[in-house]
Ligand binder design. Structure first.
Ligand code: SAM
Ligand code: CA
Length: 234
């Protein structure tokens, strides 16, 4: 089935044909039906662009499998593509702490999550991410207890999230940051960048430089989707 990408973009690849090739050849044939359903539901949302790109999702699930992730945290749920992906990947007794200030969008995808019979793995917290993270830190049992974190909200605060996540994620765990190439604007001269993209471009450039020098993590910035940076907690 020639499903086009729900976010209508070709990611950062040089041609739409190449992007479609990757999706059609390697991603869509292995994408669970219920994830496709979330994609279709999300396509009707005016901000469908925000949904995690399925090719990036495939890498995220692979990383989770590789480290046997069981306890995870997600910042930025939207309609739940990456959330359902994680819920389908971790074991039956796995747990996801999922944070988003908007519950309405979470509820758009919730019927699909219920159909997948993975709702019991999800603890959805409707909150500003920083305050929810601070709450988690108050419980000592949470420190160094998470295997995996996916961060996909409020890019200007990534550095603040990073400091908390380094305390929550165990050594050997993984933190993935999404959109770290911010539509390619990180490498564009500022005068060519649309006004509304400039604040996040600025913070993304700062964050990428910061991560490059952060010896608490080993990193790889991968030009998939809108750019994802994988951090392995050392
Ligand atoms: N990972 C999601 C997916 O696969 O569909 C996409 C997440 S979307 C890019 C960003 C989400 O972050 C939105 O649902 C928005 O409500 C939420 N958000 C933005 N700023 C936030 C903040 N400061 N605290 C908590 N949630 C926030
Ligand atoms: Ca994203």
């Amino acid at each position: 089935m020639a499903l086009s990408n729900s976010n209508g973009s070709k990611g950062l690849l040089q041609s739409r044909e190449l992007f479609e090739y990757v999706l059609e050849t390697s991603v869509y044939p292995r994408e669970p039906e219920l994830l496709k359903e979330i994609r279709v539901i999300t396509a009707n949302h005016p901000q469908s662009l925000m949904s995690t790109s399925p090719d990036a999702g495939q890498l995220i699930a692979l990383l989770q499998k590789l480290i046997n992730a069981k306890k995870t945290i997600e910042i930025g749920v939207f309609t739940g593509y990456s959330l359902l992906l994680t819920a389908l990947t971790i074991p039956q007794d796995g747990k996801i702490t999922a944070i988003d200030m908007n519950k309405d969008t979470y509820e758009m995808g919730l019927p699909v999550i219920k159909k997948a019979e993975v709702e019991h793995k999800i603890n959805f917290i409707q909150s500003q991410a920083l305050s929810a993270l601070d709450e988690l830190l108050k419980d000592d049992a949470n420190r160094g207890s998470f295997d995996f974190a996916f961060v996909d909200a409020d890019k200007v605060n990534y550095q603040k999230y990073h400091e908390v996540l380094l305390q929550l994620v165990k050594v050997g765990g993984i933190i993935v940051y999404d959109n770290t190439l911010w539509l390619g604007t990180v490498a564009m001269p500022e005068e060519f960048v649309k006004e509304e993209l400039k604040p996040t471009r600025f913070y993304s450039i700062e964050f990428n430089k910061f991560l490059a020098n952060d010896d608490r993590v080993q990193i790889s910035q991968v030009p998939l989707g809108d750019g994802i940076t994988i951090c392995w907690r050392l």
